[in-house]
Design a binder for this molecule. Sequence first.
Ligand code: COA
Length: 156
Amino acid sequence: MTSTAQEIRIRPLSELDISRIVAIDERLTGVYRPEVWERRVGYYLRRDPEGCPVAELDGKVVGFMFSDVRGGEFGLEETTGWIERFGVDPDYQGRSIGRRLFESVRGHMTRHEVATIRTLVDKNDSDLAAFLRAVGFDNASLQALELRVAEPGVRG
Ligand SMILES: CC(C)(COP(=O)(O)OP(=O)(O)OC[C@H]1O[C@@H](n2cnc3c(N)ncnc32)[C@H](O)[C@@H]1OP(=O)(O)O)[C@@H](O)C(=O)NCCC(=O)NCCS
C-alpha cells in the first residue's frame, strides 16, 4: 500500500530525533555530520521545539523543518519568523510532507504574532525555491550581500 499524507504525524522536535535528522541530511547532501546536527538540534530544542516540527510515518522521522521567531534584526522592527533548515527524506518526497511541515511552522508563527516569514535560498538551488514558491513565498525586497574573508574550510 502506498502511504498517504493522512498517515503522516507532525509533532515537535525531540532530542531522540537527532539520528534520523542526521540520516536525512546525509541522504540529501551526501555528508555525514552527526556533531553538527547534535549542536543544531540542541540549539533549536533550547529555543522552541514547537517551531521545529518533524514528520513521522509509522514511527520513523521522514522530514523536519527548523524555524525561529526573532525581531529587531537587520533594521526590521517587526517580528520575523525565519525558516532556517528543512529537509524531507528523498524516499518520501512529493507526498505533501514539506507542505505539512510548513503549515505547522506557519500556524506556530501566526500564534506568535509573526508579521513576515523569511528565509534565504541559494539562487542555484531552484528546487528549494520552487518548493517555497509553491507554499506561498515570493521575492523579497531585502537583498543578500556577502564578502568572503577566508577560503572555504579555513577558520579565522
Ligand atoms: C524541498 C523539499 C522540502 C520538498 O519536500 P516535499 O515533501 O517533497 O514537498 P511537497 O510534496 O510538500 O510539495 C509541496 C509543493 O512544492 C512543490 N515542489 C516541491 N519540490 C519541488 C521541486 N523540486 N520543483 C518544483 N516544485 C516542487 C510541489 O509540487 C508541491 O506543490 P503543490 O502542493 O502546489 O502541488 C524536499 O524536496 C527537500 O528536502 N529538498 C532538499 C532540501 C535540502 O537540501 N535541505 C538541506 C539540508 S537542511
